[in-house]
Structure formats: C-alpha cells, structure tokens
Design a protein around this ligand. Structure first.
Ligand SMILES: Nc1ncnc2c1ncn2[C@@H]1O[C@H](COP(=O)(O)OP(=O)(O)OP(=O)(O)O)[C@@H](O)[C@H]1O
Ligand SMILES: [Mg+2]
Length: 245
C-alpha cells in the first residue's frame, strides 16, 4: 500500500530579480510502513520537499496524495523547537490534547522512558542538553501518533555517540510501530543505516535511488555497504547543474 504519492511536484521561489526552482519535478511513491532516507547537497530542495509534504508550504504545481487521505503527519526539525515555557512532559502532552488525561500520562511516560528521559519529565527545555532536547522532540512526534513522520536532519547537531544511539532507537521504534518515515540527512552512513530506500536529490529532483536490502540493526562499516556507499558518493559528487529559471 502506498502511504504517500507525489506527482510532478514543482516549487518555485521568487527572489528579487531571480526565480529559484527549489523543486523541479518530483515523482515519488512511498510504501506504508517504510523508512526512506533522502540525501543531497545543501540547497537541492530536501527541506522544501518535506515542508510541502507536511503542509507548511504550498507547491507551485503537482500533487501530494496521502492514503488514507486524512493521514496524520508529524515533523521533526533539525533543531528541537520545544515550547520553552512548558516542561518536557507538557511539551509531549501538548500534541495529545484531545485524549483522556490518563492515556496522555501513560503514553508520554512510555515514550520518555524509551528515549531515556524518564528522569527529566519536569525539566524545562533550557535545562536539557541538545541531544536530550532532540530526543524530546522525537518523543513529541511519536506521541502525536502520526501515520507519517517527516524528519529533516533531526540528528545533525548531535555528537557521534548520541547520534548512533538515536539511530538505534529510531530503528527500534520504526520496527515496533511500523510508521512511514521520510528522513533527510547529510550523512551517507546514516542514510544507509536507516533507509530501506535511499533517494538522492540534486537540483530539485530525485536523481538516483538505492535499495538497501539488509536487515536491522545495521553496521554501516560492514562489507555489504561498501558498494552502496561508493554508488551513493558517486551520485552525490557529480557536478551540480546550473539551477534557476
Ligand atoms: N522561503 C524561501 N524563499 C526563497 N528561496 C527559498 C526559500 N526556501 C528555500 N529556498 C531556496 O530553495 C532551494 C532549496 O532549499 P532547501 O532549503 O529545500 O534546500 P535543502 O536541500 O534543505 O538544503 P540544506 O541541506 O542546506 O538544508 C535553495 O536554493 C533555497 O535558496
Ligand atoms: Mg534543509
């Protein structure tokens, strides 16, 4: 089953004296319950793509279709974006407002424990480290019980160790809850550790795709990844075409 289908997606930004084609024709079908990673040079349109899928931005042309049509979508950004005046627990509870209080407490507690934040329920975001705040933001996306989670370099600002831990947690959550996840990253190893498919974007288009047929948990240092990594590197380092309309 296809959870998300993009057809001829096009996005043009008008800047003074110039137009930028941030997306220049994206077609994509994402299977329900799959984890797709997206890599690409800075400025190739990854964030624009996620923002349009998430409804934060309107495409200039093309279609975004969800199945089911009212699919719940959560977004995790590169920085945590927690509400500074709410505690960690309240930040997560906020997205569950329409549910019974005991259900909220149980769910929030479960995810905070899973993400190693059980002891920080009453802390405010300013009292957390960057990695802890990012884990809280991930917990908030999970509490929202989204069908589709869009992640825009959520681990980019973290140290290698915390990043590795969170990659493992994300895989565990993905396997357990069977979410559909679109995950943008600059890191090829991260894309290969997480993605069942890795999409390469360049100049507003998807220019290559690599299937990663290995079971989780994965070790990107393992031999099967050599060839995939080399292929991805080659498609990422080919010279960018001149963009602009
Ligand atoms: N609000 C905006 N107004 C004008 N141009 C924009 C806007 N947002 C993005 N762009 C342009 O669209 C293109 C794609 O930007 P986008 O943020 O999607 O790239 P990205 O792949 O996410 O890059 P990065 O890896 O650096 O985050 C860039 O040329 C950028 O300048
Ligand atoms: Mg971006």
């Amino acid at each position: 089953m296809t959870a998300l289908a993009l057809k001829g997606l096009y996005k043009e930004y008008r800047l003074p004296g110039r137009q930028v084609a941030a997306l220049a024709g994206v077609d994509l079908a994402v299977a329900a319950g799959s984890l797709v990673t997206i890599v690409g040079r800075s400025g190739c349109g990854k964030t624009t793509l996620l923002r349009i899928i998430g409804g934060l931005e309107k495409q200039s042309a093309g279609e975004v279709a969800f199945d089911p049509p009212g699919a719940r979508i959560a977004m995790v950004f590169q920085e945590p974006r927690l509400m500074p005046w709410l505690t960690v627990e309240q930040n997560l509870a906020l997205v569950m407002r329409d549910q019974p209080p005991d259900e909220i407490k149980r769910t929030v507690g479960r995810y905070l424990d899973m993400l190693g934040l059980g002891g920080f329920k009453a802390a405010y975001p300013s009292q957390l480290s960057g990695g802890m705040a990012q884990r809280a933001a991930l917990g908030r996306a999970l509490c929202y019980n989204a069908d589709i989670i869009l992640m825009d370099e959520p681990l980019g600002a973290l140290d290698a160790f915390t990043r590795r831990n969170l990659q493992e947690e994300l895989v565990a959550i993905f396997l357990k809850h069977n979410k559909t996840i679109l995950f943008v990253t600059h890191d090829i190893d991260e894309a290969l550790i997480l993605g069942q498919r890795v999409l390469v974007m360049a100049d507003g288009r998807i220019t290559a795709e690599v299937a990663v047929p290995f079971p989780y948990p994965r070790d990107a240092a393992g031999e099967p990844f050599y060839k995939l990594r080399a292929g991805l590197l080659a498609s990422l380092t080919s010279p960018p075409a001149q963009r602009g309309v």
